[in-house]
Design a protein around this ligand. Structure first.
Ligand SMILES: [Fe+2]
Ligand SMILES: [Fe+2]
Length: 287
């Protein structure tokens, strides 16, 4: 029997670099209509510690998210998969919108202090710090912090006790941001993997960034409470600590998901939480 061999003159299709998104998940750029009643100072649980904690977290977003986008875009030319390239654009657009909305939110919360407080995350974008961090380390920082935001988003969307404590206009901002963090949770990771980023680097950087996050958010909480000028009552302190560490214990709940990052074969979509995105879409008409 005669054997024939065909030699293709076409170059092979580029290897996929983007991970497949679960059915129904799309990295969609939204422009939600957000406004906040003027009389909701203690908008989270009628509790100044809880409200100032969330506002402190929000102070990290505008500069932090600009840093993420810059770190990922630095590798744009090395991405050969058109699907991942498109995801990077959608990721940048979502993070850009988050930065804008959280900055407006931060001005409302901190007034003239806003620049000083946003500068905490802005340290990452300072030329002196950028010179010290290689592009690969900046990308690994982004991968670590994107996992951080993804696991916090998961808990916020899954367990509605936190959002139910919030004034609904404020809850809308936090839930919208959480959904989009879930949609794009693998983009920075896939870029990191595509350009040769390894396990040891991302695992080491996650430990450093977790420590910085703990000190950074505690510092911002303290600064905002000082500006507030009111003592935290025993009732408010107890309720806040219980939500954070007791029952349900936000940080206790996210800890197992944080640990998952230290598996060498970890991928953000190992945990398919697309049901949370679908639930949010069914609840918000402008989703
Ligand atoms: Fe974001
Ligand atoms: Fe993000």
């Amino acid at each position: 029997m005669a054997m024939t061999a065909t030699i293709s003159t076409q170059s092979p299709a580029p290897r996929p670099q983007a991970s497949a998104l679960p059915p129904g998940v799309d990295i969609k750029v939204r422009r939600p209509k957000l406004d906040y009643p003027a009389d909701t100072r203690d908008w989270a649980g009628d509790n100044n510690a809880f409200s100032r904690f969330m506002e402190g977290l929000s102070m990290l977003f505008p500069e932090g998210e600009r840093f993420f986008v810059e770190s990922v875009n630095k590798y744009r030319d090395q991405i050969t998969d058109p699907v991942l390239k498109k995801q990077v654009s959608a990721f940048a657009a979502q993070e850009g919108m988050h930065a804008v909305e959280h900055h407006k939110y931060n001005v409302r919360a901190a007034g003239p202090l806003v620049e000083e407080l946003e500068a905490v995350a802005g340290l990452l974008r300072r030329p002196a710090v950028q010179r010290f961090l290689s592009p690969m380390n900046r990308l690994a920082i982004t991968v670590a912090l994107e996992h951080f935001t993804a696991i916090m988003a998961d808990e916020l969307l899954r367990n509605r006790v936190y959002a139910n404590e919030m004034e609904p206009h404020h809850a809308k901002l936090w839930l919208w941001h959480a959904v989009e963090e879930t949609e794009h949770k693998a983009v920075a990771f896939d870029v990191y993997r595509a350009v040769g980023g390894g396990f040891v680097r991302r695992a080491a950087i996650m430990q450093v960034m977790t420590t910085l996050f703990v000190f950074g958010s505690a510092g911002l909480l303290t600064r905002l409470l000082r500006q507030d000028g009111r003592r935290v009552s025993a009732r408010d302190a107890g309720r806040f600590l219980n939500l954070a560490f007791g029952n349900p214990g936000f940080f206790r709940q996210v800890f197992p998901a944080w640990l998952q990052f230290f598996r060498p074969t970890f991928h953000p979509w190992d945990h398919d939480n697309s049901d949370l995105i679908a639930r949010w879409k069914s609840e918000y008409a402008d989703a």
